[in-house]
Structure formats: structure tokens, C-alpha cells
Design a protein. Structure first.
Lengths: 818, 341
């Protein structure tokens, strides 16, 4: 079965090519990397692998195994255990049991373990490379020169985070047991991206490799054994989607980290909604590769090779949409076609090939079907003149021109060596085309003008931008996407936060669930207790309105809701917002892009000014807040805290800055904190004004625009507050306020695809509603799962945690050198 | 032979010019073209991207077993076996020429089964003073003599003298002339002067092929290398060459890649094939294989012929012999076991 890899160079009886013949032809010959050590490793295990649970190799409870195949030959490499419920339970239990001890180790002790893993990976680099290539079909050059060195780098880097955790990330604790589901395109590298930060932070792991590529994770598990990690800290289960589903739904797992398709990511988001499980998703992409007319075109062509013909194009961040400035398009395509002729497709273990095998027949069929669809839709297909091997899963490099944003192959992620190319006229049009996608993972920008490249990079809606380069990675630089490419970052300190939570969160009290179902009356009998009535003359009636686009507007349906104070008296009637009001508010927020582009200094001034104007109306707001709480002293405290909070974010506005990484290239990677865009916010009932400001201020401080549903029970402080916004130079559309039934409105916001993130601070049921609603555009969510923060406590109510939720980190790689 | 004779006129007068014909089919010369400054100025080179590509050429393209042996033989065939030392003597040059004729020991030739190839190097490259010695030593071999000329290696002697030196070397039998550009013209932006000078050298060459050395170690910036490459090709250089071997940095892969890309662009725009010669710093067989892979992938099979590609090398041959010996015997060889060049 397995000896096939050790085939003689030429079949017996076949003529051996002579030196003299080769001297004339100057062909490349076979340059095979030997598979013998990897095959010996497989054979030493009887070509059969069990689960790695609690530091032991455990047979599957069901006794079921499934085959893993070498896609370049179609031959079976071995069988691996298929995990069912009992196996998942056992692995989670082992991880759970190990977690407190692992987290309690000093950071230095965990660092030693991670360091040992890094060194073990380096020592066994070649074996890991060959095993990976056999199982996945990717070229040995890539596993040897790219994947495995990055794996070692990731463990070494995170050994450092373990060492520095206490000093650099105080106030945080490990999340607990992490379920990690990884894809087949970079099996060991994705394992490293998942396991290294999780372990550094003190979590324990249950990892499931993809069913196409289980082997390198099993070899890694042996290294875990050899490194002497405590039992149960790392558990490896094999299986298919059903095993993944068991993990996703497992109540003993505190976080799911998933890399894979958007389709599955959506299923996971749905399945975990409201469960309180932390979630990070690294999903698909259709990343633009933009070539301006002042680029080094020959180098851009090589960039395309690295973008779309790296790993057979099976890369989530592959530059699969080539956007070329119209005046150089023909020249670039001509160079590209010439380069495609010299690419070599074939045996992945051959050191002289560029493109290996597609991971499995089902993927090959998918690629083929999409290519056929492209042709059927009228696109012009170009492939090199040479033929790919007929045995095994191979597909030639493919270029499509005459495609348009409306073409299926321009929108669909093909996940294969297929490039589509369109032209643009101006930088603006390049940005528009680049962002015309549901995804937002990466982009590549080619220009010799630093002005142009650094102008375009921030305007691209994606998590990574490579200037004059592509597909470069480093453990110190965060990686992750926007939009339907997922959320969360891997690598760098951003990646560490994804495996930590604020230490105070565990001790928070739970809000009563009843609050959600509390009657929220439309019309109540009784008189309106207007503030300022002195008996002689009734005060003037006030209609709290919605605040949309800088204007006070009536709700679309012109119904209102009664708001009663602590004593049960009617204190006002607020608009009962509907989906149309949310629609209008989002429209207004969408238009208010000037705020996002404003300087940090400008935003800081506005926030201070809001505080100034709020304080000027102190008496009025204290009275209003006292209507709610019944306690004037408490109302005064809330007002003071609100003013201070506004000052905090005025302070932060020009201080929450990115960092400059020094990846191992001559250049920098600039980690920019970028506004997410439009954030929908559902505010807590407790502290109606302070809660509102605690959430809105950090969001707008970094340049977001918000659509806010204020406290359902007592929104009157906020409907008063819009007048403060009006007088404080907050541009229209930056803060939009829609009063009404919080959970209904939060659902509409969460389901709105123009909204980029949704925050919810209310009873637990609402958190689930928001997380469920978010799957439309896979927006980021931040919810409290019914836990009540103390908004007065600065540790819980303000600071970096809020700001981090309000930004996305974009890493812009800028290699330089003349 | 009068080694002490330093007068150009006398030297050429004393020695008859042998009527040597090059064994390989005559290659179309570069007729040159007008200087197109827009083209020169439009050139863009991204150093980091070039370096990244250069760094993967070797790892992407291994050749093993008999393929490696054949490729190494090809490297020998493309070699300008060179001695450019102040202490060169006729004896030294004769020894080099003997090696050029018989670069491999017979037992290796036999074991590799390549006797029919009549393997020899592409040329022997010497200073003007040694041209007659080399011409005589190579007589009948079909191996041309290349002379470094025109005030090599600085290239800063009077222009008239540089032109006369070329004429004298050609008269002495050199079929290839390696000149070095005036780097100052590049740094002062005087492309016209660079063009005129190379064009004058080309005219002085007559039928001899002109290799223009850019001295890339001096030019430093890859964009400079690209621009100088273009100007030399426009002016009629048949080859562009990286280095004299005397700059602090010799041929590197990134520099070579830039020059090769310019050759490709020149070919695309004019249809004229220009040769490439990396020189200096290529002492190992493994490096030579990477260069060959670069030429094959970037420009194609024609650039693996001596008409379009040369290695300027002095120590490379010994390392190749050692590798071939290893291929044949399975044992690692020692340098002293191979005949000196």
C-alpha cells in the first residue's frame, strides 16, 4: 500500500535518460524528497491512529476509523479514529481536569513547555514536512520552507507570551477549555495558530484536525508527549463535521476557535449563540490583488504566483481577484501568461514543482464546476499549454479575464488555483472594486508610490494588507478578517486577547431574566408627571423623539411607549421604534463617514465638549435620573461618573493607537486600530445614562458611528441627552438613538447587514437574539450573557476592553528598500 | 611573445591576427537602437519583491542525479574561464587555456558518457596583454578569447585610449570585448553620455561581441541596474554583465534577476536577444545551478547557450569537477585531485 512512494526513479525496463540527452534538452528531472522516514513512522503505528486524550492514545469508543488519503496518488496513508460523543466527552473532561493546574503554573513554566514544543518541531522539521505533504498534497518546498518554520516560530513567540503574561496582561485570566477546529489547507500551521496562544494563556485544548489531513496533528501529539506537557492539556481528536458539531455544542467547552469556510462558521455561530461560549472565526475570502500602473510589473507577476498559486490557491487569504489599472492590464496579463507557462505542477514531494495536488477529489470537482460556470458566463479562460498529471488531484493554474463584479467566479471563493482579473481606472475605483465583496480578509497593493500604497491600504476593508508583497505571515502580527471573513485575530497581542477574558467577568451577578419579559406598556392610565411643574402653571409638554441623522424625528409608526419612574408615576412617553426607524438610523450612520475620517484630536475635542455641555445641565439630568432611581445622591453620582467617562474617552481618542511590528522582513507591519464602521448598541437598564455613555463614547471615540437603543425601562435621560449631542458639535448621523423594545430592536440591528458590529448589554435572552441575528453578515458581537457589570467601576465600565471591541486591527505590511 | 611590450600599437603590429572562426553558429548581433529616455526613466524595480523572488528560485528548482550532472556540464560549457590578476603571465594564461580545452578529466568524461559533446568552456577571458597568448593557446579549439578592455576595471582612462584599447584587443584576436560603463554617467543622470560611450565601444568592436559590464556593486540601487541595462542594450551591447569582479559586491541573484528581466523586456519590445553574464562571486556548483534555472525559467532554453549566457568565473570549475566526481564515484572529492586551471 505504502511502498508506492519509494518507487524507483524510472520504472524497470524504461530507458534511462542519459546525461548527454539532458545536456541538450536541459529539462528538469525528478527531484524527489524521500518519503521513507514518514512511511516508517506510519508503519510503526500500524498505519492506524487513536485519539490523544489525557496524555494517552485511546481507541475510539465506537471502534470506528476512517482513511486518510494521499491526494497526489489516491493511495491510503492510514486510518484514524473517528470521534463520537463519548470520545469528545472524554477529551473535554480531560481538558477540564487539567485546566486549573495548567493555568496555575507560573507563566515561566508554561513558557518552558512551549519552548520545548518549538524546539521539538525544529528538530523534527523534515519529518513533519514530509508527513504534511503526503497527507495534504502541498509541495514539499512549501511545507519545508514556509509551513513548518512558521509553526516553530509560532510556538517560540507564544512561549514568550506565556513568560510575559503576568506582567503584560494583568487582570486577565484564561477562558478555560478551548475547542479548536482547524482546516486542511495548512494543517499544522493552523494547529500552531490555535494551540500556541491557547496554551500560553493557560487554556487547555481539544483540537480536531480536518478529516482530510489528520496526520501532522497526530505527530504533533507525539511531540506533546515527548515534551512532557501535563496530561490533558492538549487533546487531539479526529473526525468529520459531526465531531466538530459535538465540540461546538459541548457544554464543557468555553470557547470555540474555528478556521474554515464561512458556511460552517455561520453554522457554528448559530449553534453557539447565547451559550456564552467565546468564539473566534477565521473564514473565507476573495482577496483583491491590486496592481497600479506604477508598480514593478515583473515583481507583481511573481506576487500573483505567491498569491494564488501558493498551496494550489487553497488559501483563505489568497489574492484571487487581480485588479489591474487599465493602462497596464494587457502588459501584466501577457507577463502573467508567460510566467504561468513556466510553473510546474506535479508530485508534491518533488522539490522542483510549484503546484502540488488539490486536497481531495471533492475539492477538485468544486473547482472544476466553478471554472465551467465561469466559462458558461462568458469569461475568457486561459491555462498553460502543458498538461497536468492525469492521476491524482491536480488542476492547472488558471486565469480568467473578461469577468465583471456580476460574474459568479468574481464573487465566489473558488479555493483553487484560479485567478480572475478585472481592470480599474482610478485608485478610488480600485478601492471600490476591492471592497465589493462579502469577505474582507486580506489585500495586496502594488505600487512604487508610497503615497498611493499607504493611501489605499487603510481604505481596504480587510484585516491584512500587503504592500508590494503577499501571503507573508508572522507570529507577532495579527491575522484575521472583517465581514464574512470572520472575527478575532490570531498572532500578536490581539491573538492573546482571543484566549483571555477579564478576570472580573466570572464573579459578575446575573441580571434577572424577568427584565426582558417585563410589561412595557404602550398607553397607561394616569397623568403625566412633567418635570418642572410648580402647581401654578403646568410645565410645557415635551415629546421625546428618536434622534436620527442629527435630527429629532418621530417614530415611523407614531406609536409611543409609556415610561414610568421608580414610584410608578408616568414620566414620559417615548417613541416606539420599529424596523423602519432602525433602517433610517443605519442609513444616517452609513452616511456619516466624515466622523470616521476626522482626526483623533477633533473627536477628542467633541467628546470633551459633550462632557462640558452635559455638566452645564447637571441639575436637569440629576432630576431626570432621580425619577428613575429615586435616589438623588445616586443620580448625582451617575452624572459625575458619566462626565468623567466622557473625559476618559476624550482622553483615549488620541491615545488608543496601533503598533509597529518588526516581522522578519526588511520592513514593518503597521497594526492600525481602525473603526469597525457602524456599531449597533443595546444599552443596559441599570445606569440609564452612564451605561449609554460607557458604550457609545468608546465606540465613537475611535471613529465608529452608532445606532443605539437606550435603556428600555428608562430612556428619558438619553432622549434628553441628544440635545447635549446637538449642542456639542457631534455631527449628524454619528449617534443615532432609537427608543423602543430593546430586544426587538436589537434583533433588527443584529440582522442588518450594513451594521458591522452589535453590542448588547441586557438579560441573557437578548444576548442570544443578537448572536443569532449576526449570522447574516457575520458581524462581530459583544454581549454580556446576562451578566451585570458595575458601570461605576472603571475596571468594568471603561478602558481598553471597550476600545478593543470598538476597533479592528489591520496589519499593513510594508517591506521597503531601494 | 614579448610580455614586456606595453605599447598597444607595437603589440598589435607585432602579432598577426589569426583568422579564427567561432565554432557555434553566428548569433545575430544587437543592432542597437536610439536612446529612449522615457523608457529608461519609466523602469520600476521593487527591491524587496525582487529579493523574495530571487530567494525562491533555488528552492523551487532542484536538479538531481543525472540531471544535475548534465546541468553542471552545461555550466562548464557556459563558462568564461577567467584570469584577471595583475600577476598574470603567459604561463598562467596557457595553463588556463589548456583547462578551457579540457575542462574535465577523461575518466569523468567517459563515466558520464559525454565524449561526443567535446566539452569546452565558452571562452577564456583575459586582459589585453594576454590576448595573443590566449589566442595562440586556443588555436583550433573554437574557443574565443574575451578581453576585458576600455580601462578595465575602473573604466576611467581617456575615452580615446579606451576605444583604442578595444581596437587593439580586437586586432590581437579577441572576439569578445568586456567593457565597463562609466558609473559617473549614471550618478550624474547623463544617460546620453553613457549611451554614446557604449555605442562608440560597440563600433570599435567591429565583429567582436561587446559585453557591457555595469559594475552593479557600484550602482547599488536595483533601479540603477535596470536603467543601465537598458541604456547599454539600446547602445548595442550584445551582452550585459554584472561585475568586473573588482567591486566590493559581485554578481548577486537579485541583481541578475533585474538584468534578466530587462533583457526580457528588451526582447519583447525590439525582438533582439541580448546575452547575460553574471561574474564574480559564483564559485560553487550549487550557485551555478540556480543561475541556470533562473535563465531557463525567466528567458527560456535559448539562454542556456554560450551565445546568450556566460558565467564569468575562475574557481567555479573546480567545484563543478568535484560534484561531478561525486556523481560518478559516490565519494566526495578533494580539490587537489582535479587539474588546476
Amino acid at each position: 500500500m505504502l511502498g508506492a512512494r519509494d518507487r524507483p526513479e524510472a520504472a524497470p525496463g524504461a530507458a534511462v535518460t542519459s546525461v548527454a540527452e539532458i545536456y541538450e534538452s536541459m529539462e528538469y528531472g525528478p527531484a524527489p524528497e524521500s518519503a521513507s522516514a514518514a512511511l516508517a513512522w506510519l508503519e510503526a503505528h500500524g498505519n492506524r491512529f487513536d485519539h490523544f486524550i489525557d496524555g494517552r492514545w485511546v481507541a475510539p469508543a465506537s471502534g470506528a476509523y476512517f482513511a486518510t488519503i494521499d491526494p497526489s496518488t489516491g493511495r491510503e496513508l492510514g486510518k484514524v479514529a473517528h470521534a463520537g460523543k463519548a470520545d469528545v466527552d472524554a477529551a473535554v473532561a480531560a481538558a477540564r481536569a487539567a485546566q486549573p493546574g495548567w493555568a496555575a503554573l507560573p507563566g515561566h513554566a508554561r513558557a518552558r513547555h512551549l519552548y520545548a514544543l518549538a524546539r521539538l518541531i525544529q528538530r523534527h522539521a523534515r519529518l513533519l514536512s514530509v508527513v504534511e505533504t503526503l497527507d495534504n498534497g502541498k509541495p514539499i518546498r512549501e511545507t519545508r520552507d514556509i509551513d513548518i518554520p512558521l509553526v516553530a516560530r509560532h510556538f517560540l513567540h507564544h512561549a514568550g507570551w506565556a513568560q510575559l503574561l503576568d506582567s503584560e496582561l494583568p487582570g486577565y485570566r484564561a477562558i478555560g477549555v478551548v475547542g479548536q477546529i482547524i482546516p486542511w489547507n495548512f494543517p499544522l500551521l493552523m494547529l500552531a495558530w490555535k494551540i500556541a496562544p491557547a496554551l500560553a494563556a493557560g487554556n487547555t485544548c481539544v483540537l480536531k484536525p480536518a478529516e482530510f489531513t489528520p496526520l501532522s496533528a497526530l505527530l504533533f501529539a507525539e511531540l506533546v508527549e515527548r515534551a512532557g506537557l501535563p496530561k490533558g492539556v492538549v487533546n487531539v481528536l479526529d473526525g468529520d463535521g459531526s465531531t466538530g458539531a459535538l465540540m461546538v455544542e459541548h457544554p464543557g467547552i468555553d470557547k470555540i476557535a474555528f478556521t474554515g469556510s464561512t458556511e460552517v462558521g455561520r453554522i457554528i455561530r448559530k449553534a453557539t449563540a447565547g451559550s456564552g461560549k467565546h468564539l473566534t472565526l477565521e473564514l473565507g475570502g476573495k482577496s483583491p490583488f491590486i496592481v497600479f500602473n506604477d508598480a514593478d510589473l515583473d515583481s507583481a507577476v511573481e506576487g500573483v504566483v505567491d498569491a494564488i498559486w501558493f498551496n494550489q490557491g487553497q488559501v483563505c487569504c489568497a489574492g484571487s481577484r487581480l485588479l489591474v489599472q487599465e493602462d497596464v492590464a494587457q502588459a501584466l496579463w501577457s507577463k502573467l501568461r508567460a510566467r504561468m507557462e513556466t510553473l510546474r505542477v506535479g508530485d508534491p514531494l518533488d522539490k522542483c514543482i510549484d503546484i502540488g495536488a488539490i486536497v481531495a477529489p471533492v475539492q477538485l470537482q468544486r473547482i472544476d464546476a466553478l471554472v465551467r460556470q465561469g466559462v458558461a458566463e462568458g469569461a475568457t479562460l486561459w491555462q498553460p499549454s502543458w498538461a497536468v498529471p492525469t492521476e491524482g488531484c491536480f488542476y492547472p493554474p488558471t486565469l480568467f479575464t473578461d469577468v465583471h463584479p456580476a460574474s459568479s467566479i468574481v464573487q465566489e471563493e473558488i479555493f483553487g488555483p484560479v485567478l480572475v482579473s478585472m481592470t480599474f481606472r482610478t485608485p478610488d475605483e480600485a478601492v471600490e472594486l476591492a471592497n465589493n465583496t462579502r469577505y474582507g480578509l486580506a489585500a495586496s497593493v502594488w505600487s512604487e508610490s508610497i503615497n498611493l500604497a499607504l493611501d489605499v491600504a487603510p481604505r481596504l476593508r480587510c484585516g491584512v494588507v500587503w504592500v508590494n508583497s503577499t501571503n507573508t505571515f508572522d507570529a507577532a502580527c495579527g491575522f484575521g478578517g472583517y465581514r464574512e471573513s470572520g472575527f478575532g485575530r490570531e498572532g500578536g497581542i490581539e491573538g492573546m486577547y482571543a484566549y483571555l477574558e477579564p478576570a472580573f467577568e466570572h464573579g459578575l451577578p446575573q441580571l434577572p431574566e424577568a427584565a426582558a419579559s417585563e410589561p412595557y406598556p404602550g398607553f397607561v392610565p394616569g397623568g403625566l408627571h412633567l418635570a418642572g411643574s410648580d402647581g401654578a402653571l403646568v410645565s410645557i409638554d415635551r415629546t421625546p423623539k428618536l434622534y436620527i441623522g442629527g435630527k429629532q424625528v418621530r417614530p415611523d409608526a407614531t406609536y409611543c411607549r409609556a415610561i414610568v419612574g421608580h414610584d410608578g408615576t408616568l414620566r414620559g412617553e417615548v417613541g416606539d421604534g420599529t424596523r423602519k426607524d432602525i433602517r433610517d438610523a443605519v442609513e444616517a450612520a452609513r452616511a456619516a463617514t466624515g466622523w470616521t475620517g476626522a482626526t483623533a484630536h477633533n473627536r477628542a475635542q467633541v467628546l470633551y465638549y459633550v462632557a462640558e455641555n452635559l455638566l452645564a445641565r447637571r441639575t436637569e439630568f440629576v432630576a431626570r435620573l432621580a425619577q428613575h432611581g429615586g435616589d438623588v445622591a445616586a443620580a448625582e453620582r451617575e452624572l459625575e461618573a458619566t462626565v468623567a467617562r466622557l473625559f476618559s474617552y476624550g482622553a483615549w481618542a488620541d491615545k488608543f493607537e496601533g503598533v509597529v511590528h518588526n516581522p522578519p522582513v526588511r520592513g514593518v507591519a503597521i497594526a492600525m486600530n481602525e473603526a469597525i464602521g457602524i456599531i449597533g448598541i443595546a444599552c443596559p437598564d441599570e445606569c440609564p445614562l452612564l451605561g449609554f455613555v460607557s458604550l457609545v463614547a468608546p465606540a465613537i471615540a475611535v471613529g465608529n458611528r452608532v445606532v443605539v437603543v437606550p435603556s428600555q425601562r428608562f430612556p428619558l435621560a438619553v432622549t434628553d441627552f441628544y440635545q447635549v449631542l446637538d449642542t456639542s458639535d457631534v455631527p449628524g448621523g454619528v449617534v443615532n438613538i432609537v427608543t423602543g423594545v430593546r430586544d426587538d430592536l436589537a434583533k433588527i440591528i443584529a440582522e442588518h447587514d450594513e451594521v458591522d458590529a452589535a453590542w448588547y448589554f441586557g438579560p441573557a435572552a437578548g444576548s442570544r437574539v443578537v448572536e443569532l441575528g449576526s449570522i447574516g453578515n457575520m458581524k462581530r458581537t459583544w454581549v454580556n450573557y446576562g451578566r451585570a457589570r458595575d458601570w461605576f467601576d472603571p475596571r468594568q465600565g471603561e478602558g481598553r476592553e471597550f476600545l478593543r471591541q470598538a476597533v479592528q486591527v489591520k496589519n499593513v505590511w510594508v517591506p521597503y528598500g531601494e | 611573445m614579448a610580455p614586456g611590450d606595453s605599447s598597444l600599437d607595437t603589440a598589435s603590429a607585432l602579432r598577426p591576427v589569426p583568422a579564427v572562426t567561432v565554432a557555434s553558429p553566428a548569433h545575430a548581433r544587437n543592432p542597437g537602437m536610439p536612446l529612449l529616455l522615457d523608457w529608461v526613466r519609466d523602469v520600476r524595480v521593487n527591491r524587496s519583491a525582487v529579493e523574495r523572488r530571487a530567494a525562491t528560485i533555488g528552492p523551487r528548482r532542484g536538479v538531481k542525479k543525472q540531471w544535475q550532472a548534465a546541468w553542471l556540464l552545461r555550466a562548464i560549457r557556459l563558462m568564461d574561464l577567467t584570469t584577471l590578476q595583475g600577476d598574470d603571465t603567459p604561463g598562467r594564461v596557457q595553463r588556463l587555456c589548456a583547462k578551457a580545452r579540457r575542462p574535465l578529466e577523461q575518466h569523468l568524461v567517459d563515466a558520464l558518457g559525454v565524449g561526443s559533446l567535446e566539452l569546452r568552456t565558452a571562452a577564456v577571458c583575459v586582459y589585453h596583454e594576454m590576448v595573443p597568448v590566449a589566442v595562440e593557446a586556443l588555436a583550433g579549439s573554437g574557443i574565443p578569447v574575451a578581453a576585458v578592455s576600455a580601462g578595465f576595471p575602473a573604466g576611467l582612462s581617456p575615452l580615446r585610449e579606451r576605444i583604442r584599447e578595444i581596437e587593439a584587443s580586437v586586432a590581437a584576436g579577441a572576439q569578445e570585448i568586456d567593457i565597463v560603463i562609466t558609473r559617473a554617467h549614471l550618478f550624474t543622470g547623463n544617460w546620453q553620455a553613457m549611451y554614446d560611450e557604449v555605442k562608440a565601444f560597440r563600433e570599435a568592436c567591429g565583429d567582436a561581441h561587446l559585453k557591457a559590464i555595469l559594475a552593479t556593486g557600484d550602482l547599488r540601487v536595483l533601479r540603477n541596474v535596470a536603467r543601465a541595462s537598458l541604456v547599454c542594450m539600446m547602445a548595442g551591447a550584445d551582452f550585459i554583465k554584472t561585475s568586473t569582479g573588482k567591486e566590493s559586491t559581485n554578481a548577486t541573484l537579485p541583481v541578475s534577476l533585474v538584468m534578466v528581466r530587462m533583457i526580457r523586456e528588451f526582447l519583447e519590445r525590439t525582438g533582439v536577444q541580448i546575452g547575460f553574464k553574471p561574474a564574480g562571486g559564483i564559485g560553487q556548483a550549487k550557485q551555478a545551478l540556480v543561475y541556470l534555472a533562473m535563465m531557463k525559467d525567466e528567458l527560456g532554453r535559448p539562454w542556456l547557450e554560450p551565445e546568450l549566457f556566460r558565467f564569468g568565473a575562475s574557481s567555479l570549475l573546480t567545484d563543478i569537477e568535484r560534484q561531478l566526481e561525486h556523481h560518478v564515484t559516490g565519494r566526495y572529492s578533494a580539490g587537489y585531485r582535479h587539474p588546476l586551471a
